[in-house]
Design a protein around this ligand. Structure first.
Ligand code: PMP
Length: 402
């Protein structure tokens, strides 16, 4: 008998499991709105032109080797990534008080940051929004931050921000607690604070020395502007305080499977930042030694060349704009059907997802009857929609709620 005979079958991941179920469905008209990846109007994955171009340049360069990167990754990529999120003229960068390490996309950055905090930060309580990306609590718990708590974020009644609840919960958090913040395009709700609300959140957090841990998985993908989507983060950097930043190039450069990301820790001084970096190396070395080479080389090639950077922003904006237009098309389709209820949140919410407000029963009905797949919390990926499947989805929602 197997020495593993007693092992129980583990459940599928609640998000990735949607695609597993979708792939098993033989219906030719099936629609996958569970996956958090961009699709073209033709329903195909997209590799950006500028990425293809950068890859070609790298392949044709005979001076490039496959040597190991240092533990902290590609230095040029790290510098450019910090500039991208904090802004080229950020005082924290000019004063050399940002420690940046290349990590395995957003998830790896969160994990390394979490483990660093578990080892070196006095407070192990981390607050995450209710709801949030389902991986957050698991990543932090396994990183050693055992006390994961929720702060109120989403109000189902308004399908908007529960700002009062958020301020109350952060207001009663223990001083120094870590607070996970979605920099923009909150997943799964698509609900972001206004700049005015961000400022109030900042003041409250700084007054209680709550430590911000920003998760930036959608910079540029929400509004189409890289700078606009970084405004929340830059407010917190501008006050001179400290914070952590997990960056992902999965969505905004379409680098999903290449696992390109960075963790930055903004410190009060260059001296502290240098010691922080030395400790980050001790977290990373026994975990995976050093990060991959190809992805960050592509990203750095694009970020450092002004013409390629420009081309990227145009392609990025085109993705953001297509998603925004899908919001309008879905909203119009429901209106045309006279579907009961207020669906204006579809056009108000931001980023890749709409938190529809559909119940898990309605979600199950739509899968059964219409072969439309989404997570059971009613979250749909707007990037999976196109002119062909919007009417199918609108019919399904109409049937589910009537
Ligand atoms: N944070 C949030 C909020 C996300 O939505 C995602 C991707 N779904 C990630 C982090 C991490 O993604 P990745 O590891 O692919 O960069």
């Amino acid at each position: 008998a197997s020495v593993f005979a007693g092992i129980a079958q583990a459940p599928e991941d609640p998000i990735l499991g949607v695609t597993v179920a979708f792939n098993k469905d033989p219906n030719p008209n099936k629609v996958n709105l569970g996956v958090g990846a961009y699709r073209t109007e033709e329903g195909k994955p997209l590799v950006l032109n500028v990425v293809r171009r950068a890859e070609q340049m790298l392949i044709n360069d005979p001076t490039r080797y496959k040597e190991y990167l240092p533990i902290t990754g590609l230095a040029e990529f790290n510098k450019l990534s910090a500039k991208l999120i904090f802004g080229a003229d950020s005082p924290a960068i000019l004063e050399n008080r940002v420690a940046t390490v290349q990590c395995l996309s957003g998830t790896g950055s969160l994990r390394v940051g979490g483990e660093f905090l578990a080892r070196h930060y006095h407070e192990h309580t981390v607050y995450i929004p209710q709801p949030t990306w389902g991986n957050h609590p698991k990543v932090f718990t396994l990183a050693g931050l055992k006390d994961v708590r929720y702060y109120r974020y989403y109000d189902p009644a308004t399908r908007g921000l529960d700002f009062k609840g958020l301020l109350e919960d952060l207001g009663s958090a223990p001083n120094g607690a870590i607070v996970l913040i979605h920099a923009c395009a909150h997943n799964p709700t698509g609900v972001d604070p206004t700049l005015d609300q961000w400022e109030q959140i900042r003041q409250l957090m700084r007054s209680k020395s709550l430590l911000p841990f920003f998760d930036s998985a959608y910079q540029g993908f929400a509004s189409g502007s890289l700078d606009k989507d970084a405004q929340s983060v830059r407010m917190f950097v501008a006050d001179g305080g400290e914070l952590l930043m997990a960056q992902s190039y999965a969505k905004n450069m379409g680098m999903y499977g290449e696992r390109v990301g960075a963790l930055s820790i903004v410190c009060r001084s260059a001296d502290v930042a240098s010691r922080v970096e030395s400790q980050l190396k001790l977290v990373i070395r026994p975990m995976y030694s050093s990060p991959p080479l190809h992805g960050p080389s592509v990203v750095a090639t694009i970020l450092k060349d002004s013409e390629m950077f420009k081309e990227w922003t145009v392609e990025l904006k085109a993705m953001a704009d297509r998603i925004i237009s899908m919001r309008q098309q879905l909203f119009d389709a429901l209106k045309a059907r006279g579907t009961p209820g207020d669906w204006s949140h579809i056009i108000k919410q931001i980023g890749m997802f709409t938190f529809t407000g559909l119940t898990s029963e309605q979600v199950a009905f739509m899968r059964q009857e219409y072969h439309i797949y989404m997570t059971s919390d009613g979250r749909i990926s707007m990037a999976g929609l196109n002119a062909k499947n919007v009417p199918i989805l609108a019919d399904a929602i109409h049937a589910a709620v009537t």
